[in-house]
Structure formats: C-alpha cells, structure tokens
Design a protein around this ligand. Structure first.
Ligand code: PLP
Length: 351
C-alpha cells in the first residue's frame, strides 16, 4: 500500500537543486549571467505606472504576445510567452516526455535541462565536451540515431561559451528526424546566431529566448518559445493559464521598445570580452572563447581561494568545478568595461 505522503520515485531520486545564494544585490554579480548593467530605464518607468487595475486582475497577455511576435519576426500563433526559459523547458518536458523516455544533453551545460528531465522520470543521455571544450560530434550524432525524445541544445552553451554555426545546427536537425530539438538561444543577443525562422519548416524544432540576459529582466521571469504553429497550439494545452505575471508583461513590452539599451549592453559585453581575454593572457590563465555574456576560465587548484577572495572584495563569480569533476573552472559574467576592469584589478592583486 502506498502512503499518501510518498512522493514520486523520480522526485525521491533527485538531488536538491540549490538556487542562487541570497544576499547578492549589493555585490558586483558576475556569477549568474544576468545583466550586471541592470535594465532599461523605460522598464522602470513602465513598472512605476502599473496601476491597481492591472495588479488586481489576472494578467492579459495577448497584446504583448502580438508585440513580441512583431519584435521577433514571427506570427503570434508561433509564439508562447513563458515564465522565463525555465518554464519553457518544463513545458517542453510536460508536453513531450513520458517517464523513461530518453533525453539528450551535452554536458556540462545549463542545469535545468537535467532538472526537468529527472523530474519527469526520463533517462538522460549526456555526452560531454572534451577538455578543449569541443562539441562531441560523433557521440551526439550516434545518440541522435537512437531517436531520443528531446535534445536540449543551448547555443551558445553555458558554461563553455561555444557556439554552433547555422550550418552545424542544420546538420543536427537533419540527424534528428525523430527528436524534438530545443535550441535555447538565451544568449542570442551576444552571439547573433538564430534559427527562429526555421520553425516554419521543422515541426520538431523549438527555439527558446529569454528577457533575463541582454534585456536585464531576470527578476521578473519572462521568456518565449518559438515553434511551428501546429505544435504551439498543442503545447498551449499543457501550459498554465497565467504563466507570466502583469509586471513581467509590462516590463517586457518596455524592454522591446528600448532596443538601444540592449544594443548598449551588447556593445559593453563585447568590449568586456576582449578586455577579459587580454587580462587572462597577461595573468597566464587559460580561458575559453565565448559567444555569450560570460567566459569560462581555468584557475586550477587556486580556484576556491580566488573565488572566496573576490567575494570578500564584493565580486561574485561562479565556481563551476563540480561540472567538470575536479577543481579549477570558474564562469565569469561580463558587464560593463568598468566592471570588468575592476574585476581584473582585484584579480591581479589576488594572483
Ligand atoms: C542556457 C540558458 N538558458 C536559460 C537560462 C535561464 O533563463 P531564464 O532566466 O529565462 O529562465 C540560462 C540562465 O542562466 C541559461 O544559461
């Protein structure tokens, strides 16, 4: 007999996920790939105008959905607004994955793919990047031949930062006729590579985007799914009725109007990327080229000491060593050139 308090086996088997630490707001946060510059002033003005009528009513999202469709160059029927990419990923799993289905990810990667897959009781196939952070083509193509239910592929990937070209993504789609391929474009603004237009010819393609990174709305939780209109209609059936709250809707609308803020962020991040690379070369620290707003660096055995020393100076970076099964890897988010220079100054002293 099962007791009423017994949770599902898949939940029992899961390790608890430890979300971002508390107490980060007054620090230089280079640890979670948010936008360290902040968000557009237009977003703050729009939020300040949010009235009691909007706050006290269930959110209406159709108008924002239409604007987002225009902004991203699709039809409203090809887009779903989600509570951040996280909810989008959860929705994909809820809509397509049965317990014991196989899901493919290439690790190390964004932890939430594994999280939602494990929660659903799916089996995870996870080829790995090699020490040079090269994409494991042979293993991925072999895994795709077995027809996993879903392939989660962020482009660029986090924490490695590497980017697949559209030609390489075409190769993946060609090899995956029996798989839902989810291309997570969370860092699109920094990479410039997108496959959103392909949703019309590939019913098994899902593209996700977020307002958490370049637009700086991580605290409000809003993102989008782009998918063939027939699939969008089916997926809507599996989504909660009010996934995105009224504040996030208003903020996203304002963020889309202020393209200049996003362009400025991208410019600053690109400058910071060059500056950080220059600094790491000077320090003799290995780093991996990145197409995102972050860079993975290898501090080796000094990692814990460096991360702790930076934290004492009010700078947070993310120790990703556990992803690599040994000490040494740190992911650093890129903000303004001034923020990156501050980090490099402090690092110089510590090293
Ligand atoms: C690849 C990738 N996708 C998605 C997300 C999270 O997006 P959101 O804040 O929209 O849930 C992250 C955040 O770090 C990420 O690295």
């Amino acid at each position: 007999m099962t007791t009423p308090t017994r949770v599902r086996r898949a939940v029992e088997r899961m390790h608890a996920y430890h979300p971002p630490l508390e107490g980060r707001t007054d620090k230089l946060r280079l640890d979670f790939n948010e936008n360290p510059i902040g968000c557009s002033p237009a977003v703050r003005r729009a939020l300040a105008k949010l009235g009691a009528a909007s706050i006290s009513a269930y959110p209406e999202q159709e108008a924002v959905c239409r604007k987002a469709a225009k902004f991203f160059g699709v039809e409203p029927a090809e887009l779903l607004l989600t509570n951040g990419t996280d909810e989008g990923l959860s929705l994909v799993v809820n809509a397509f994955v049965e317990p014991r289905d196989k899901l493919l990810v290439v690790e190390p990667t964004f932890a939430m793919y594994r999280f939602y897959s494990e929660l659903a009781g799916a089996r995870i196939v996870a080829p790995r990047y090699d020490a040079a952070m090269c994409f494991p083509w042979n293993n991925v193509l072999a895994a795709l031949r077995a027809g996993p239910r879903v392939f989660f592929l962020p482009n660029p990937n986090s924490p490695t930062g590497n980017l697949l070209s559209t030609r390489e993504l075409q190769r993946i789609l060609k090899a995956a006729p029996r798989t839902m391929v989810v291309i997570d474009e969370a860092y699109f603004e920094f990479s410039g590579v997108t496959v959103i237009p392909w949703i019309r010819r590939h019913k098994n393609l899902i593209v996700t985007r977020t307002f958490s990174k370049a637009a700086g709305l991580a605290g409000l939780r809003i993102g989008c799914i782009f998918v063939h209109r027939e699939m969008a209609a089916t997926m809507r059936k599996a989504q909660s009725p009010y996934p995105v709250n009224a504040a996030a809707l208003v903020a996203a609308e304002a963020a889309m109007r202020d393209r200049a803020f996003i362009a400025r962020t991208v410019r600053e991040v690109r400058r910071s990327r060059v500056e950080l690379a220059r600094g790491m070369k000077r320090f003799g620290v290995q780093f991996f080229p990145s197409a995102g707003n972050f860079v993975l660096v290898h501090f080796g055995e000094r990692t814990k000491r460096i991360v702790a020393a930076l934290a004492r100076k009010g700078i947070l970076v993310r120790d990703r060593s556990s992803d690599f099964g040994g000490e040494g890897y740190v992911r650093i988010t890129l903000g303004t050139l001034a923020q990156t220079r501050r980090l490099l100054r402090e690092l110089k002293e510590i090293l």
